[in-house]
Design a protein around this ligand. Structure first.
Ligand SMILES: O=c1ccn([C@H]2C[C@H](O)[C@@H](COP(=O)(O)OP(=O)(O)OP(=O)(O)O)O2)c(=O)[nH]1
Length: 368
């Protein structure tokens, strides 16, 4: 594999390990074996959760801890596991903390498994004016805001709901670079690739691929709890209602319901790139696609067993019912350069859960 020679880009697994070795990244417990991913680090919950009245940003003059002193309603011990209820907002200090050098910034995103469970999460830093953005040179603790939307969840100290990427300088591909990469490496398997708005468009599949015409799932209400740390644990149909195309090629999104749908196109992230899904602007007011936006290097990459991987989309409509049509553009993938070649690629022996996926619910569910 060709190695990257760049001065800007997203840090790969080896460099993330290097951040720990040099004390730029710290954790109150030793790392889990699979915590470092090809282009990101999973963040772990600490031992307590603060139930707060409402979400907040500390703003430039405040530490999160000061705000918590004023806003906390209740402190929950996570050492043996605890239920976080839907509709409530919790703040959890994370085990990992940062002491970034001046040239390194970072950004956070829910893990795909977290997004697929409709758990709203955002990372907050001291003096933050934005969620999920960690400014270059940040030194201090990290906190996670958690608000389960559809299912109550069980979490515990060490649960991994969110992930962080480290970035040196500007790494984003411009549109001409993106088009050239698409021509050489087929990023999105479409006969008419749409490169615009800084990304390459993804559209929705509402025809269904299998003989039964399954197009997606809608989250049920008043379910049992989902344990975020247990795979293949819950029966799909206790939590999800399957949706079928029945020849209509469209889906009416009900307000305030949560849907898992899938992209029409297969997606590919070559090894020297990392991608992120962003909303498609003109439709932002009508519905929201995805919470979890990071796509790993190697996702959908044939040598890493990824041929044909679709993007799973987390969709929620806002105020009014909205008709989604087959082939409608719902998001864009933006690509960034990696600073170095990852040692491991998504899907290649890393225990990845979603390589070569079609329409796939989170790893917590099983059929039957
Ligand atoms: O909205 C999204 C976000 C990500 N992905 C894909 C691409 C990504 O590379 C893969 C895994 O994402 P992530 O690493 O966030 O998932 P995870 O929950 O940590 O699962 P894994 O254990 O497989 O890494 O899922 C989607 O299909 N839809």
């Amino acid at each position: 594999m060709a190695s990257a020679v760049r001065s800007t880009g997203i840090l790969a697994d080896t460099a993330i390990r290097g951040l720990f070795d040099s004390g730029r990244l710290k954790s109150e417990a030793s790392l889990d074996d699979d915590q470092i991913q090809p282009a990101s680090l999973d963040l772990r919950l600490g031992a307590v959760a603060f139930r707060v009245r409402a979400s907040f940003l500390p703003g430039p003059a405040h530490l999160v801890a000061d705000k918590l002193d004023r806003l906390k309603l209740h402190v929950i011990d996570l050492s043996e596991g605890a239920v976080l209820e839907t509709g409530c907002v919790y703040i959890v200090p994370l085990m990992e903390s940062l002491d970034l050098p001046a040239e390194l910034a970072a950004s956070a995103n829910p893990k795909s498994s977290t997004g697929r469970l409709d758990i709203f999460t955002r990372v907050i830093t001291d003096r933050a004016q934005e969620f999920d953005k960690i400014p270059a040179g940040y030194s201090g603790p990290l906190y996670l805001e958690i608000s389960p939307r559809t299912f109550p969840i069980v979490v515990r100290r060490g649960s991994r709901l969110s992930q962080i990427r480290f970035r040196k300088g500007k790494a984003l591909l411009g549109e001409s670079e993106l088009l050239a990469l698409h021509v050489s490496d087929t990023l999105v398997a479409s006969e008419t690739p749409n490169v615009s708005g800084g990304g390459i468009a993804l559209s929705i599949d509402l025809k269904g691929t299998g003989p039964d015409g399954l197009i997606g799932y809608r989250g049920k209400h008043h379910t049992s709890v989902v344990d975020v740390d247990r795979k293949n644990q819950h029966d799909i149909f206790d939590f999800w209602e399957p949706l079928f195309s029945r020849g209509r090629n469209e889906l009416i999104l009900d307000p305030d319901e949560f849907y898992i749908l899938v992209s029409r196109e297969a997606v590919h992230v070559p090894p020297l790139y990392a991608a992120e899904m962003t909303p498609f602007d003109p439709l932002v007011g009508e519905f929201r696609v995805h919470y979890a936006g990071f796509f790993d290097p190697g996702f959908g990459h044939a040598p890493a067993g990824g041929s044909g991987s679709r993007a799973v989309l987390e969709v929620r409509s806002h105020e009014v019912p909205f008709i989604l049509e087959h082939g409608q553009i719902v998001g864009r993938l933006v690509y960034e350069h990696m600073l170095d070649t990852p040692e491991g690629l998504y899907g290649s022996g890393l225990g990845s859960n979603y390589q070569a996926q079609g329409l796939k619910l989170s790893k917590h569910f099983r059929v039957g």
